[in-house]
Design a protein around this ligand. Structure first.
Ligand code: ATP
Length: 197
């Protein structure tokens, strides 16, 4: 089984790529989905977060209050490191379990989408990295339109990530998503054909 790591900065189009691949029937493992699953209600992950940060990070219904937690760790580097230490191992384990399930099921290729694939060292789980990329100002425009954030806030988040030109060094393929979605889908199809997936 080949594991293709998909990554890219904020607003580059990772979800658009994985949606397209899923629709075509490819196996996709999405780290964002697993990151939410490890702190779902009733999980040991959520219990660990509450033990460290207190019940104030819970909503009245017992679910994690993501906004409250984000506010707690946003301005406090120590708290952020503690949260990362609690969650990173759990997410990595969940990813490995998903990959093992696809392997056991006989999948020929799995696309593993991880926003911080290169920053966290998860690329060691992959056979090759495909980078999704688009011009910075276009990414800012898309995230502003999607999330209703102001452009400056998006630029700040973007500046905190590894820059695209550095990510490109690790990528076997760079998928340009600066144009229309139809061009993105064509680029993906070309790669799928190139690798015989
Ligand atoms: P994040 O890292 O913030 O989760 P992402 O890399 O998963 O983002 P997407 O959510 O796929 O990126 O794309 C960001 C936004 O831009 C979405 O609203 C998406 O619909 C839109 N988008 C993606 N590709 C294109 C495109 N080629 N043309 C226009 N809009 C696009």
């Amino acid at each position: 089984m080949r594991v293709i790591g998909l990554t890219g900065g904020i607003g580059s189009g990772k979800s658009t790529v994985t949606d397209y691949l899923s629709e075509k029937g490819y196996a996709v493992v999405d780290a964002d989905v697993l990151a939410r699953a490890v702190v779902a209600t009733g999980t040991e992950g959520l219990a660990a977060v509450v033990a460290r940060f207190g019940e104030t990070v819970l909503l009245p219904d017992g679910n994690l209050d993501r906004k409250a937690l984000a506010a707690r760790v946003f301005a406090d580097e120590e708290a952020r490191a503690a949260l990362n230490a609690l969650l990173h191992g759990r997410i990595a384990r969940a990813i490995k379990e998903c990959l093992a399930q696809y392997r056991a099921a006989g999948a020929a290729v799995v696309f593993l989408s991880v926003p911080l694939l290169l920053e966290t060292g998860m690329q060691s789980e992959t056979d090759a990295v495909w980078l999704v990329d688009a011009a910075e100002e276009e990414r800012v425009r898309r995230v502003v339109a999607r999330d209703g954030l102001d452009a400056e806030a998006v630029r700040l988040r973007l500046a905190a990530q590894m820059p695209s030109f550095e990510k490109r060094r690790y990528a076997a393929e760079t998928i340009d998503n600066s144009g229309a979605p139809s061009e993105l889908y064509r680029a993906i199809d070309t790669l799928l054909e190139k690798y015989g997936f």
